[in-house]
Design a protein around this ligand. Structure first.
Ligand SMILES: *Cc1c(COP(=O)(O)O)cnc(C)c1O
Length: 429
């Protein structure tokens, strides 16, 4: 049931799923198995040669995970998807087929903090590097792309600064250079933004966040649009050239627009092993069934709470693209027409001490290092995740001493406002 003519609300429940052929079970079973019995030796050989698609071992494929893969691919308008163990795993899985020693990516300066660390330090161990550029400066993006650039990477709704990326404009720059654009769509979800429709080649997710929706399991996903010509030049040999570990098979020639997805499973999961387990896939499948309902409420609440905060004189600033005061307000209609998400930051009068008192005094909001939960969450980055940085680095990261990041949940907005009101009173006192 992946017919793209169905509406989003229908697809988020049905895409990829069908009654279990063995038992008729209506809900997707958790196939809690490591291995699958081969019909005979010929069947096994065909599977191992990638001549037949089927299940071998759950590091590569699992029926529960496969339903989630098909569902997320459908919701994003892609041809295939590979799930993995976390959002950060998904980023490595997306880059792995494209990169090699000496190759680089061009990434937005406005990214999730953990991604900045992964791209500025960890990927160097693979001989990869990253150039960070302001994605509002398209000439700078163009200039940063060189002969060794293999991908452009950004977030549709950047976490947490209330930034909306002009996905279409950056996609055009990447297109002109003949390299893929990868969009991290975690903060937006496919309900608010469909990067592939705006020209992205690949979409990555931390399914840990809104797709699962209730803070239970970590997971990630890489979705392929199926639209990139991996053989147009010699930049992507993993996809266009013979693969020694599969008897010289060429992924793009053999699997066409599914080349990236097959490579992700047959090479990526096989050798990197960042596999999503079926139990996690089950929780995330449960989450996707209510994605649109939750996102509508997340956005409605975020707008109400952000407007209230903006009018409160204990607050210096609210950075939320859903507010008319935001420099990115005009991009919402173009990039994420159903809303600007539910993450924003506030600058609190009274600086560091007031922020610490605020997070200590909140009762409904939890002080945690997470986002995209049904529960409302806050974090004071300067005293936690960004504690090791100098004051200058904290400012640059949007995590100054006076900044609190808020992830608005699906509770009653009036209760959230009352909680903030009492906590701000204590912070000011
Ligand atoms: C959380 C997050 C990640 C990392 O995902 P994990 O599942 O924690 O590995 C990447 N990008 C964004 C935008 C995120 O919010």
């Amino acid at each position: 049931m992946t017919d793209a003519t169905y509406g989003f609300d229908t697809l988020q429940i049905h895409a990829g799923a069908r009654p279990d052929p063995a038992t008729g079970a209506r809900q997707t079973p958790i196939y809690q198995t490591t291995a699958y019995v081969f019909r005979d030796a010929d069947h096994a050989a065909a599977l191992f040669n990638l001549q037949e698609v089927g299940y071998i071992y759950s590091r590569l494929t699992n029926p529960t995970v496969a339903v989630l893969q098909e569902r997320i691919a459908t919701l994003e308008g892609g041809v295939g998807a590979v799930c993995c163990s976390s959002g950060h795993a998904a980023q490595i899985m997306a880059l792995f087929p494209l990169m090699g020693p000496g190759k680089n990516i061009v990434a937005s300066t406005r990214l999730y903090g953990g991604t900045v660390t992964q791209f500025s330090h960890t990927i160097k161990r693979f001989g990869w590097s990253c150039k960070f550029v302001d994605f509002d400066d398209l000439d700078a993006v163009r200039d940063a792309i060189d002969d060794d650039t293999r991908a452009v990477f950004g977030e549709a709704i950047a976490n947490p600064g209330g930034y909306i990326m002009d996905v279409r404009a950056v996609a055009d720059v990447a297109d002109a250079a003949g390299i893929p654009l990868i969009i991290d769509n975690t903060s937006a979800t496919p309900f608010l933004c469909r990067p592939i429709d705006l020209g992205a080649t690949l979409v990555v997710h931390s399914t840990t966040k809104y797709l699962t929706g209730n803070g239970t399991v970590t997971g990630g996903c890489v979705v392929d649009s199926g639209k990139f010509d991996w053989s147009a030049n010699d930049k992507f040999p993993s996809l266009s050239q013979p693969e020694p570990a599969y008897h010289g098979l060429k992924f793009h020639e053999t699997f066409g627009n599914l080349a990236f997805t097959f490579h992700g499973i047959a090479i990526g999961l096989r050798d990197l092993g960042m596999t999503m387990n079926p139990q996690a896939a089950h929780y995330t499948l449960m989450g996707t069934e209510t994605l649109s309902l939750r996102m509508e409420r997340h956005v409605e609440n975020a707008v109400k709470v952000a407007k209230w905060l903006e009018s409160d004189d204990r607050i210096d600033a609210v950075t939320y693209a859903g507010l008319e005061s935001s420099p990115y307000y005009d991009r919402v209609a173009k990039v994420c027409p159903k809303g600007a998400g539910a993450l924003f930051t506030i600058a609190v009068k009274g600086g560091y001490d007031a922020c610490v008192k605020l997070v200590n005094s909140l009762e409904i909001f939890s002080h945690v290092a997470n986002l995209g939960d049904t529960r409302s969450l806050v974090i004071h980055s300067a005293s936690t995740t960004h504690r090791q940085l100098s004051p200058e680095q904290q400012e640059a990261a949007g995590a100054g001493a006076n900044v609190v990041r808020i992830s608005i949940g699906t509770e009653n907005a009036d209760d959230l406002i009352a909680d903030l009101d009492q906590a701000l009173a204590q912070a000011a006192g």
